[in-house]
Write a protein that binds this ligand. Structure first.
Ligand SMILES: [Zn+2]
Ligand SMILES: [Zn+2]
Length: 268
């Protein structure tokens, strides 16, 4: 029995003796099945050909996979007192990654923005003794590898550790979530967004899409809902899907500016 992994989106599936017949996440209109067709690989295949790569982002540690794999997911280990919170996830967890995070005190919890970053969440949790993985319950149908470590949460906000609050914004997925960290490492509040909000190349704007690869926008109601969900929270920095996709100052104003620009663009 093997946990097969979809090569296109990097999602690990529950153990089976043969590869699954299809990938629900790639067949959804927010992703795509590649031109050459559905492909699968095993964890062992991935370990033999890829490794984790780390980026220092101030007090945060970014964790990726090289050479490029799946949709280029990146996880962030965020210091949280005597351990770290892992935000989002990647498809590979190596001994090197485990040792690196152990030096931060180990993982206290994991939280994931939406199904495109579920990746190898079960393996990551197991590598740290089964730490809880917080997923919004509205995205439960997209969990391809159900696991006892997964904690489905309901409602609009959840504090997962002191100062760390998950905020369900919806939009990209019904359960799409961002993570707010009050008084981040250097005294400024941080927002971690995955691609629930996508930080753009100028690093002064974000955007909001139902599908990024298929260019399906969100409607006004969805963007206003995201705006309203974030309204109570101050934040200075916004951390997106890579070190190059972060807004390091003026994050709150950047979101306000971006919501205004987006709504103007889709106005009749
Ligand atoms: Zn897939
Ligand atoms: Zn996504």
């Amino acid at each position: 029995m093997t946990r097969f992994m979809c090569v296109q989106c990097g999602t690990q599936f529950a153990e089976t003796s043969a590869p699954p017949s299809s990938c629900l996440i790639c067949e959804d209109e927010r992703q795509y099945v590649r031109w050459s067709g559905q492909e699968w690989m095993t964890v062992e295949d991935l370990k033999a050909t890829h490794r984790n790569v780390f980026t220092d982002e101030g007090s945060l540690t970014g964790i990726g996979v090289v050479p490029d794999f799946a949709i280029g997911q990146r996880a962030l280990a965020i210091p949280a007192g005597d351990g770290a919170i892992l935000w989002d996830c990647v498809s590979l967890v190596t001994q090197e990654a485990v040792e690196r995070i152990r030096r931060m005190g180990g993982l206290k919890a994991m939280a994931i923005s939406h199904p495109h970053f579920y990746a190898a969440q079960a393996e990551w949790s197991e590598a740290f003794g089964g730490v809880p993985v917080y997923l919004h319950g509205d995205d439960r149908p997209w969990v391809m590898n159900p696991h006892e470590a997964i904690r489905f949460w309901a409602g609009e906000t959840l504090e997962v550790a002191p100062g760390f609050t998950l905020i369900r914004t919806g939009g990209h997925f019904e359960g799409s979530t961002v993570l707010h960290h009050a008084a981040g490492a250097d005294g400024r509040d941080d927002l971690f967004v995955g691609d629930t909000l996508s930080v753009l190349q100028d690093r002064r704007h974000v955007s909001f899409m139902r599908s990024y690869p298929n260019l399906i926008p969100l409607n006004r109601a969805a963007v206003e809902r995201i705006d309203a969900a974030l309204a109570p929270f101050p934040f200075e920095r916004i951390f997106g899907t890579s070190a190059q996709r972060s807004i390091l100052q003026g994050g709150k104003a950047a979101v306000a500016r971006s919501v205004e620009r987006y709504l103007a663009a889709i106005r009749d």
